[in-house]
Design a protein around this ligand. Structure first.
Ligand code: ADE
Length: 381
């Protein structure tokens, strides 16, 4: 059939032209297309209201404040395979079913926290296998921030996208290279970020606390705000399992600042974990029962979704025309128009309207910045 069609003179002319064009496409163009594809595939926004959230956390110092704040119960006996070091808790926040999983410790090496990508991805996979796919997965934790991108110690960031900065896999077509880098787009949640008082930016992951010059160059070229050790690995699992994903990271240290990373990280871990606790609380209370698409843009770019009358469902954010999507790979990505969150089909159940006021008692945090301008203390949470 195709051969018959192609044999018609005019169709053959068009076909030859198309073939010629496709052969002439440069490898840079192929890379651009691969990035575009990754972008579309990874920014999943579910068509139904958020009712089940899964938090993945690497360090006990980060998870304890969360367990305490939400009054979570540890799930016992362990829902994981015998020998798996992961620990799971469950609870309820604003009507949401919340599961929190911590990657546990490794007794072979002084009982250290199971930080970095391997444990985080296996832990998340095991949690989804045990509890089912959530409506939203959050990689929550502490991180380094780039002062050159405006980050300060004590800031909290929501990911616009997550990448790997140390997986360099060059290949002829550029596909492995792009696979290595990852480009896991988070749902655009600018309005949510403004609502809970956090920043948005690119989160870059590797298995190292330090960074070699090539890592730094890649992060800089990507406009990275946050450097950490789990998010992109969790994002890969989420993309594979079609689970919407975002990273929420609290800054302990400044990657391009004067202090030694380990010292600054250790000095600020506790305070940054408390700030993370506060912002996680605000985020969960905000998204509970809403469509993620409702949080797509900040109010300055589009008219806010009309608050619904008590009995009526909130209007979902209007879909942008597909042509309006702007490729922003290589940038922060927060400028992306929300077309991949194209209008959700009617939800099975009415989503909750976006709350108009953040409960300040559960979201405010006062900090005292130390004389060095970088260490800080949480005064009120
Ligand atoms: N976690 C906290 N600070 C970090 C940094 N600078 N790099 C990687 N992970 C981190």
């Amino acid at each position: 059939m195709v051969a018959r069609l192609v044999s018609a003179p005019f169709t053959r002319f068009l076909y030859q032209k198309w073939k010629g064009f496709s052969r002439e496409v440069s490898s840079r163009e192929l890379v651009r297309r691969a990035r575009g594809a990754a972008t579309v595939m990874t920014a999943l926004t579910p068509p139904s209201a958020v009712k089940r959230v899964l938090l993945v956390v690497a360090m006990e110092q980060e998870v304890r404040p969360l367990v305490q704040r939400f009054g979570l119960e540890q799930i016992q006996p362990s829902p994981f395979l015998r020998g798996a070091p992961f620990v799971a808790w469950m609870g309820e926040v604003e009507g949401l079913v919340l599961h929190v999983v911590w990657c546990g410790r490794d007794p072979r090496f002084g009982n250290v926290n199971n930080v970095a990508t391997t444990a985080a991805s296996v832990c998340l996979y095991a949690a989804v296998a045990a509890f089912g796919a959530p409506d939203l997965c959050i990689s929550a934790g502490t991180a380094g921030g780039f002062a050159s991108s405006g980050a300060r110690v004590g800031d909290v960031y929501l990911s616009s996208k997550c990448v790997f900065h140390s997986r360099r896999i060059p290949d002829a077509a550029g596909h492995l290279e792009e696979y290595g880098f990852g480009h896991y787009r988070s749902p655009p949640l600018g309005k949510l970020a403004s609502h809970i008082g956090v920043k948005t930016g690119v989160v870059s992951t590797s298995d190292s606390l330090d960074a070699v010059p090539m890592d730094l160059e890649l992060m800089r070229s990507e406009g990275t705000s946050i450097k950490e050790m789990e998010a992109a690995a969790v994002a890969w699992v989420c993309q594979t399992l079609s689970v919407p994903f975002v990273a929420l990271k609290s800054v302990t240290d400044i990657v391009d600042g004067p202090r030694a990373t380990r010292e600054e990280f250790e000095a600020n871990l506790e305070a940054a974990s408390l700030v993370l606790q506060v912002k996680t609380d605000a985020l969960l209370r905000a998204v509970a029962g809403t469509l993620l698409a409702q949080w797509a843009n900040d109010g300055s770019r589009t008219a806010p979704a009309a608050p619904a009358a008590p009995a009526a469902p909130a209007a979902p954010a209007a879909p942008a025309a597909p042509a309006a999507r702007r490729a922003t790979d290589g940038t922060d990505g927060t400028t992306t128009t929300a077309t991949n969150n194209s209008a959700p089909p009617p939800a099975a159940e009415a989503p909750r309207a976006i709350p108009t006021v953040v409960d300040s008692s559960s979201s405010s945090v006062a900090m005292s910045i130390g004389p060095d301008g970088q260490s800080f203390e949480v005064l009120r949470v």
